[in-house]
Design a protein around this ligand. Structure first.
Ligand code: NAD
Length: 494
């Protein structure tokens, strides 16, 4: 669908200055300020976007509030709402090529992954929730015969959606799809380093017939725009994907303001456990390498801690090195690149610091060098660090970059203890031919997702969410809609 010539034509297109979308109107920041949008491909200024103020966020919240309170969306016939969401998904698909290339110029993800995960993934998600919107409804309770107990699922109101930069459309759609299907209105805060495509799909939503004010987008700094949304007395639900530090701030802001519900999808330090009886070690190594190194490791569920049975440590590490070395890191708009650019200079610096620290501590390190400096962009080779100890920072802290930590184990109990020795609990994996061992691991691993002999199932029909400090509440699947409903009980005397 997208060949190299088409990509090259799209990448040559100038990008117009971006704007907010408030109450259906494109607008700049009220103080006229903008911020540069830097392309990680070559470090150049791609365009500008509004550096919005707290007052701009409040204007967007007021618009969403009015749109919710007058029922222009929640009271619309479900069939009509569904039609608009279907049309929206269709428009996103029709614009998939330009959205994918724009997104890559903005955030650096390799185009082969971005096309599938971003516009096409978002369209699929929007369509899934459009299909669901007239199939998820209330209940009648089995009460005494003289009284009727009805349980309504009422749309929760105004939703604030704060989105990260690694997959802004895919993750954005995980929030927008169920929130809009539930009948809520939304204010989106896109990430500083990947705002452009979210603005574009909000415009497409208007084109599809979504009433003005139902979906608003405000760009700018998290600490200003995001914080204003979190502190607002008029936002009912906050849905967030990003770092734990920001998640904590959002909970505090909720407590200080109107105690809005706060749903968090946070980071991970996901264990990928390889037993000697894995069905196919070469395949396990290849899939594991993709599970940590695609999108330059900027994947929340990335299997960043590889726990390997000691008897196969050397053999398996060699396979991993082979798989990593075969991955082409380079221009993310080259269809041949398996990993593109790191999202920002700051993120690259942080990744390289982890590698340097491991090397200084005497851990064997393969790869991990900065690449392609002559381009002005932000690139690094996958890093594989062996003999990582549970006390190492690399074992405990999320890098959010292409840096794999390998730690050997001897027994199932040790593997489990190492796997669970983290404050995070997002994803995990087990590679084994032993069915009992796999089931035992599924039961005992403290994680929202357990893979067995695979890594990274992308299907939208299952929930994605973490336990422990990886978050609360789930994106994806019908369960995601629960976050955007209030349960309202009605008693009717008969
Ligand atoms: P971040 O927390 O810095 O930013 C995420 C979003 O929050 C951005 O839109 C940002 O503008 C906003 N923000 C920042 N400070 C804020 C504040 N004080 N108040 C309100 N909003 C604020 O995280 P990031 O660096 O953009 O994303 C990387 C992190 O996200 C990683 O830790 C990663 O694991 C996590 N992540 C998790 C998932 C998941 O599904 N669990 C998915 C992707 C990324």
């Amino acid at each position: 669908m997208l060949d190299q010539a088409a990509i090259d034509a799209l990448r040559a297109t100038p990008v117009a200055p971006a704007h907010n979308l408030i109450d259906g109107n494109p607008c700049g920041a009220s103080n006229g300020q903008t911020m540069d949008v830097i392309s990680p491909i070559d470090g150049s200024v791609l365009t500008t976007m509004p550096r919005s103020t707290a007052a701009d966020a409040e204007r967007a919240i007021d618009a969403a509030r009015r749109a919710f309170d007058d029922g222009r969306w929640s009271d619309m016939a479900p069939a009509a709402r569904k039609k608009i969401m279907f049309k929206w998904a269709e428009l996103i698909e029709q614009n998939a090529a330009s959205l994918a290339v724009l997104g890559v110029r903005n955030n650096g993800t390799e185009i082969s992954m971005a096309l599938k995960a971003e516009p096409l993934g978002a369209a699929q998600t929007i369509r899934y929730y459009a299909e669901a919107l007239d199939k998820v409804y209330g209940e009648i309770a089995p009460t005494d015969g003289n009284i009727l107990g009805m349980i309504h699922k009422a749309p929760a109101g105004v939703v604030g959606a704060i989105i990260p930069w690694n997959f802004p459309l895919m993750i954005g759609a995980w929030k927008l799809g169920p929130a809009l299907a539930a009948g809520c209105t939304v204010v989106v805060k896109p990430p500083e380093t990947a705002s452009l495509t979210l603005i574009r799909i909000a415009e497409l939503a208007l084109e599809a017939g979504l009433p003005a004010g139902v979906l608003n987008v405000v760009t700018g700094e998290g600490a200003v725009v995001g914080a204003a949304i979190a502190e607002s007395m008029h936002v009912d639900v906050l849905t967030f994907t990003g770092s734990g530090a920001t998640g904590r701030r959002l909970m505090e802001a909720s407590a200080r303001s109107n105690m809005k519900r706060v749903y968090l999808e946070l980071g991970g330090k996901s264990p990928n456990i390889v037993f000697a009886d894995a069905p196919d070690l070469r395949k396990a190594a290849k899939v594991s390498a993709a599970g940590i190194f695609r999108n330059s490791g900027q994947v929340c569920i990335a299997g960043t801690r590889l726990l390997v049975e000691r008897s196969i440590q050397d053999e398996f590490t060699a396979e991993l090195v082979k798989a990593a070395d075969a991955m082409k890191v380079g221009d993310p708009l080259d269809l041949g690149s398996v990993a593109g650019a790191v999202n920002s200079a700051r993120q690259l610096e942080q990744n390289l610091a982890f590698v340097a620290e491991a090397r200084a501590a005497g851990r064997p390190v393969h790869g991990g060098a900065q690449l392609l400096t002559e381009t002005g962009g932000f690139y690094m080779a996958p890093a594989i660090v062996s003999d990582v100890l549970p006390t190492d920072r690399l074992f405990r802290e999320e890098v959010f970059g292409p840096v794999l930590a390998i730690t050997p184990f001897d027994t199932d109990e040790e593997a489990l203890a190492l796997a669970n020795a983290t404050e995070f609990g997002l994803a995990s994996a087990v590679w084994t031919s032993n069915l009992s061992r796999a089931h035992h691991m599924i039961a005992k691993l403290q994680a929202g997702v357990v893979h067995v002999n695979t890594y990274g199932g992308a299907d939208g029909t299952v929930p994605l969410g973490g336990v422990k400090q990886s978050g609360n509440g789930h994106d994806k699947s019908l369960h995601a809609m629960d976050k955007f409903f209030d349960l309202k009980t009605a008693w009717i005397a008969l």
